[in-house]
Write a protein that binds this ligand. Structure first.
Ligand code: INI
Length: 156
């Protein structure tokens, strides 16, 4: 029974990181975790392109444009939506998730969802480098795994 998986070997190509300025205390920590995971897996900073957008709502448009342009092996989306801080949490979080999914499906480029959606600031901080890991680092790992898995499929 053949089993196909993406491994964490160093992939080739450039990687785009789209990151939201909203809640930048958190998103800068996500970006640092993402960058760190890439570098520790052999993808140097010279292969990372970072695109800042105003908020998570704007992430999908830029992610899709980059994925359509075809210059990156993967597009990683980073943001932070905190329910306690906004009345339109559901709209921002839901549209960001849906748009990011569509960017990947429409282009065939792995577009990674690294947008935190939390109830509180404390939860957001915990998931961006404090008690509960760093979602930005996880997003980088997901990008590497997906690029390597899709290469396996393309090469078959
Ligand atoms: N954007 C976020 O990334 N996180 C939030 O928690 C948030 N809140 O609280 O509203 C938020 N709003 C801004 C939104 O993403 C857009 O930038 C804005 O509506 C302009 O289109």
């Amino acid at each position: 029974m053949p089993i196909y998986e993406g491994d964490f070997s160093t992939p080739s190509g450039r990687f785009a990181i789209v990151v939201s300025r909203f809640n930048s205390l958190v998103t800068e920590a996500l970006l640092a975790g993402c960058r760190d995971a890439f570098v520790r897996h052999g993808v140097g900073e010279d292969r990372l392109d970072v695109y800042w957008v105003p908020g998570s709502f704007e992430v999908p448009l830029v992610a899709r444009k980059l994925a359509e342009a075809g210059g990156h092996a993967s597009v990683i989306c980073l943001g932070c939506v905190i329910r306690g801080e906004t009345g339109h949490y559901d709209h921002v979080a839901g549209q960001a998730a849906g748009g990011i999914l569509q960017a990947g499906l429409a282009t065939g480029v792995p577009v990674i969802f690294g947008v935190l959606t939390t109830e509180t600031v404390e939860q957001a901080l915990n998931r961006s480098g404090l008690k509960s890991g760093n979602k930005g680092g996880e997003a980088a790992m997901a990008a590497i795994e997906m690029v390597n898995l899709l290469k396996t499929i393309d090469d078959a």
